[in-house]
Design a protein around this ligand. Structure first.
Ligand code: RAT
Ligand code: ZN
Length: 437
């Protein structure tokens, strides 16, 4: 069925019942709204073009995505010792051959590459990558970014910005040009998870920090956060945490959260995003692909929500087993905003299950998805897949609502989709985002 316009829907309706969608009109109306609404991508690893050398794009980056590197070692006999020293283009060719030529690319991550190639009218079944490489080499970054965002239906993205990254930090210090399409997120994994390794780095930079987080340390970490707030103007602070994360406990991590990070978030009126449940480097030979997942004890999140009612928390939990509890906690604590189906959860079958559960338990008071894109063009397939999965789920919810006796209109759907994919984040972070689609 072709997309419905507001006018068509209105003229279809009886005058006593203006705007009511019939059962058959609901799904096309949902698809139409999802297509026309541009989303805010609330967590990515993308960089604005001004971050010279940090932003990844093009076919070789798409193919060497760590999700695909993990799959490579299952479908090829190549060893890590042989693979890792290869040049990027050679790695891409090894992956193309193993996962796309010798096998059908039916996994979520491989299908994604096919969808991107297809979106640009590039061949999806050639044994070599010549045409794709020539196409991407001919693109001018600025224009290409805009085109990709348009194709993906996103108006802006949130980056992941590490103030202790030796490549990234100097760019901020020099004063990188800000872009309204790219929001900063101050990512604090190193400080929070490896304080014993990083307190010395802060000390070298002139902050009076010590290993035990005693004396002036918390105040000095706040000074560090404030200096970086001034440089980045982040929309949030963020940290990923292991499945073993506990709060409260006697640890540098908990002291830093309680005495430095959460107070700074309150001071700057920005949320803290907690991404809980990673098991870091269970197989270090896979490098970036070597992390796994573990079920977390969400009492830590409960305690944070209760002890810090003035802080707004965003939470994405990696284990499928934790998702129902997360919804229950969100019902208990209005300072908690669940977001996204993170990493190993970002597969249609699991996204469907989690999103249905969230709608049933939280209505539209959550943020359904983020892309986690590391390579620019990934937003094309990741957001297409999200729209496809969400269309079914939302349409089903509206059909049930109609059966229960409530009129469903195009405007209701537009309001809900805008809330889910834009204004929940806008309200949480206090940003006024651009171009409501
Ligand atoms: O999904 C990913 O790309 C992971 O490697 C992680 O980066 C994760 O998303 C994170 O932000 O820690
Ligand atoms: Zn991420």
């Amino acid at each position: 069925m072709s997309p419905l316009s507001m006018r068509e829907i209105r003229t279809n309706a009886k005058s006593s019942d203006v705007g009511r969608l019939t059962r058959d009109q609901i799904q096309p109306a949902v698809e139409d709204v999802l297509r026309k609404t541009s989303f805010v991508d609330v967590h990515t690893h993308l960089f604005a073009p001004a971050f010279d050398g940090l932003g990844l794009w093009g076919i070789d980056e798409l193919l060497t995505y760590h999700y695909l590197e993990a799959e490579l070692f299952r479908s090829s006999d190549i060893t890590g010792e042989k693979y890792w020293p290869l040049a990027k283009q050679d790695k891409a060719e090894v992956i193309w051959r193993a996962l796309f030529v010798e096998n059908s690319p039916v996994s979520e991550a491989t299908r994604g590459v096919i969808a991107v190639l297809n979106a640009f009218g590039l061949p999806t079944d050639k044994p070599d990558l010549r045409e794709a490489r020539a196409f991407f080499a001919a693109q001018r970054p600025e224009k290409h970014v805009q085109r990709v965002f348009d194709m993906a239906g996103v108006s802006e993205v949130v980056m992941t910005n590490d103030p202790l990254d030796p490549q990234e930090a100097p760019l901020w210090e020099r004063g990188v040009e800000s872009r309204p399409q790219f929001h900063a997120a101050m990512r604090l994994d190193q400080i929070v998870n490896s304080w014993s390794k990083y307190w010395g780095v802060l000390a070298e930079q002139g902050y009076r920090a010590d290993e035990n987080v005693s004396g002036d340390t918390a105040a000095e970490v706040r000074r560090f956060l404030c200096d970086w707030y001034e440089r980045m103007h982040p929309v949030e602070m963020a940290v990923s945490l292991p499945d073993t994360f506990r709060y409260p406990e006697e640890s540098a991590r908990c002291k830093l959260l309680r005495e430095a990070i959460l107070p700074s978030c309150r001071e700057f009126k920005i949320p803290l995003a907690l991404m809980i449940g990673a098991r870091y480097q269970v197989n270090p030979t896979l490098r970036l692909a070597g992390d796994a997942v573990g079920k977390a004890d969400l009492r830590a999140l409960e305690n944070l929500c209760r002890d810090f009612p003035e802080n707004r928390l965003l939470a994405s939990i990696l284990s499928r087993e934790n998702q129902h509890e997360l919804c229950v906690y969100a019902r208990k604590f209005s300072n908690l905003m669940p977001f996204g189906c993170w990493w190993f959860l970002n597969n249609p079958s699991i996204v469907e299950e989690i999103t249905r559960e969230r709608i049933e338990m939280l209505g539209t008071s959550f943020i359904p998805q983020h892309s986690d894109a590391r390579v620019l063009e990934q937003v094309i397939y990741k957001w297409r897949n999200t729209r496809r999965t969400l269309a079914e789920i939302l349409a089903r919810s509206y059909r049930l609502l109609a059966e229960n006796g409530r009129k469903v209109t195009w405007l209701d759907i537009q309001n809900d989709v805008t809330r889910l994919f834009r204004s929940n984040f806008e309200r949480w972070t206090g940003i006024r985002t651009s171009g409501l689609g």
